[in-house]
Design a protein around this ligand. Sequence first.
Ligand code: ADP
Length: 294
Amino acid sequence: MSFVETLEPVTMNEPPTETSPEPVAASSPAVAAEAPRPVEEEALIEIENLGFSYDLGKTETLRDISLKIPKGKVTSFIGPSGCGKSTLLRCLNRMNDLIETAKVTRGTIKIMGQDIHAPDVDAIELRKKVGMVFQKYNPFPKSIYENVAYGLRIQGIKTRSVLDEAVERSLHHAALWEEVKDRLNSSALGLSGGQQQRLCIARTIAVQPEVILMDEPCSALDPIATARIEELIAELREDFTIVIVTHNMQQATRVSARTAFFYLGELIEFGPTETVFGNPAKKQTEDYVSGRFG
Ligand code: ADP
């Protein structure tokens, strides 16, 4: 059974169900008297007690990570270089499977309730639902059009009108359409760095993933191109759950609703970004976000 087939269909931004409570006017005395109830967030990704090793279990690069990543929000992974942020990100779509000596030593990762390491889960199917954008933009040496159509062609879609529609929609979504609509058949390699990264984002969203993983997506870009990607992330969060690794703490505060701080392979603190930066619970977090180390 494929990853997709094992999942309950999930729609983005689901409308309220019939059992949802009716909104109540704020002036209602009954409500005004009640203490505010914490809002239960829907976790799209649930990581429980995860351990990960690059050397078949001799040493653990990630230790006992438990984290619930909410649906429809941007979550940042921060922490000093080498603490395991990218490793954890790559665990989420099993990219580390490509490394022979890599091994999940303990724990589970569930995405939309499905254990991604279950024997019947196909890693290729998983990666369609959990797409990835890398630090160094990596368009294929093909036309702009073919870069975006690539994932759909792999799925066997040949109908020109379907491909055209998907390419245009994805380029619009990635805020690139206006800049490239007159040269869709030109090489992607002729675009600027920032455009190439937005093209890679368009390629990722063309197959309509649920989650977009971004591994330092702006670290190879200048400040103007970085600002455009950050604006784009703000738009994409309407439709996707985004997890971003960043070494840039200002970027984490600008783009994300939730922040996870890692140190030496462990999750030290996770919560609303404004709390992690403004009122952290742990001293290590405070030392890091205030620039005392890292
Ligand atoms: P971060 O993203 O926080 O900078 P990484 O996840 O890249 O950290 O790396 C965490 C640790 O895992 C580091 O010690 C790094 O050297 C090691 N590591 C990363 N990739 C590999 C790999 N492919 N093989 C072996 N060790 C790796």
